[in-house]
Write a protein that binds this ligand. Structure first.
Ligand SMILES: [Zn+2]
Length: 314
């Protein structure tokens, strides 16, 4: 790993004082494969996955995609193009994880219903991974909901562990979905100016958001920790992922796998948060540590014009 080392030689003896600042690292995680919206538009789903996978490969990003297997079915039958969309990730050496069958909200389900959703959501992805010598290791909670009672949190954590899953945390959460909705709306309206305006503001926002979470984690750990970014399998990222990755690189980031990131001891931090919120792991740790409200100050917001264009409030 690259390190910036500042060394001071002490002439009085042979002591060397070394301050080391870890290289900035980021995991790119992409949720809701093989698509989020425009259910009928298979050609667009193919476009999205082909482009996102190509960009990830071109930039050598060891990303992971989280699958909702319900979207692999059309009218109750397995859809060949949708399965191919998932296969494309694994055949290009990218990882795949379980994001439940139909993206139901754990806050709305019983523990057993949610376990059934996990079980039902792993069948096809597991067999695809096996074909490429990989195995399913990771689980991503829909809406980042880990459980709204202590019992639900603990039961799910035990179920995942017993079934060979590791939970995939998120440190850089964001309102990318609002930008993506606006971008899609502009695309459908054939409004290229608006598409570009939304995309530019998305890129600026994502850098600001990353700096924000970097400062929060810096305050918490007094060093850079590997960040885990959450984005989605959508048209906006199909078109703008290279620009986004260039910006992250300009911020000093290198891209690593989820497995590598989770080796950092920051991810063993205690998380006592129980509630309905879909919040980042940084927030969970901060709440557990009883940090004051000022700790979270300065979170960047999605610009008003984007929210107004699609009628979605942050
Ligand atoms: Zn999701």
């Amino acid at each position: 790993m690259l390190r910036i080392l500042l060394s001071v030689i002490c002439w009085a003896g042979i002591t060397t004082i070394t301050f080391s600042q870890a290289q900035k690292q980021m995991v790119v995680t992409v949720d809701d494969l093989p698509y989020i919206t425009n259910k009928e538009d298979t050609l667009q789903h193919i476009y999205i996955n082909e482009n996102i996978v190509r960009h990830l490969v071109d930039y050598k990003v060891p990303a992971i995609g989280f699958v909702n297997e319900s979207k692999l079915f059309v009218n109750g039958r397995l859809s060949d193009p949708e399965v191919k969309n998932i296969d494309l990730w694994a055949s290009n050496g990218l990882e795949l994880g379980n994001h439940t069958f139909s993206h139901f909200d754990y806050n709305q389900l019983t523990t057993q219903e949610f376990f059934d959703e996990i079980k039902r959501g792993e069948r096809i992805t597991k067999s695809i991974l096996t074909n490429y010598g990989q195995r399913m290791q990771y689980f991503r909670h829909p809406f980042l909901h880990r459980g709204d009672t202590r019992e639900k949190v603990d039961s799910l954590a035990s179920y995942l562990k017993d079934n060979g899953y590791t939970e995939a945390p998120v440190t850089i959460d964001n309102s990318e979905y609002i930008f993506a909705s606006a971008y899609r709306k502009a695309d459908q309206a054939g409004d290229d100016d608006m598409k570009e305006k939304v995309a530019k503001s998305y890129l600026t926002y994502m850098v600001e958001k990353t700096r924000y979470y970097e400062s929060i984690s810096g305050k918490m750990f007094e060093r850079n920790i590997p960040q885990i970014l959450l984005i989605h399998d959508n048209l906006l990222n199909a078109d703008y992922l290279p620009k986004l990755l260039d910006l992250f690189k300009a911020e000093g980031y290198e891209f690593i796998s989820l497995t590598q990131a989770l080796k950092d001891k920051a991810y063993q931090s205690e998380d006592k948060y129980v509630g309905k919120g879909g919040i980042t792991w940084l927030h969970r740790w901060a709440i557990t540590q009883k940090r004051p409200p000022e700790f979270y100050q300065g979170e960047p917001k999605c610009p008003e014009f984007v929210q107004e264009y699609v009628g979605i409030s942050e």
